[in-house]
Design a protein around this ligand. Structure first.
Ligand code: HEM
Length: 109
């Protein structure tokens, strides 16, 4: 997820620039690929649980990952069609999804 963060920061500089559509689409593709890989994994905080609690929390993790992947697909379409409003909405949604995902699944400091 570290290169995920770097790619996401780069994407923020690309999405609103019509001259950087190709770069934005490439980075969106990388984020889609990496979130599909992350979705297939089990985060540490979930792995530390057991039984039904673990099953439930893993399902919640996958649901949030699916949500982020869906937003990344919507963003891809918005960038391809150069729909500035939709691009903004998708980027705001991704920021929210990052906050929500990390609140629930990053290990407490
Ligand atoms: C735009 C969206 C996102 C970005 C840019 C992002 C970025 C990052 C970065 C940079 C890290 C590593 C640094 C750190 O530990 O703080 C990280 C870790 C992590 N993220 Fe995200 N994230 C996003 C969304 C999500 C979502 C939606 C989830 C959960 C459904 C999630 C779950 C996690 C987990 C579990 C880790 C810890 C991985 C580990 O155990 O090493 N992230 N993320």
């Amino acid at each position: 997820m570290i290169s995920f963060g770097r790619t996401y920061r780069l994407l923020k500089t690309e999405v609103s620039d019509p001259a950087k559509v190709d770069a934005a689409l490439r980075d969106i593709g990388l984020l889609q690929r990496d979130s599909a890989i992350a979705k297939a994994g089990v985060p540490g905080v979930v792995n530390a649980l057991a039984g039904e609690e673990k099953t439930k929390k893993l399902a919640a993790y996958r649901v949030q990952m699916i949500g982020m992947m869906r937003t990344l697909l919507d963003l891809e379409e918005a960038v391809m069609n150069q729909k500035a409003d939709d691009i903004k909405k998708c980027m705001a949604k991704l920021d929210e999804e990052e906050k929500g995902g990390h609140k629930d699944f990053l290990p407490a400091e």
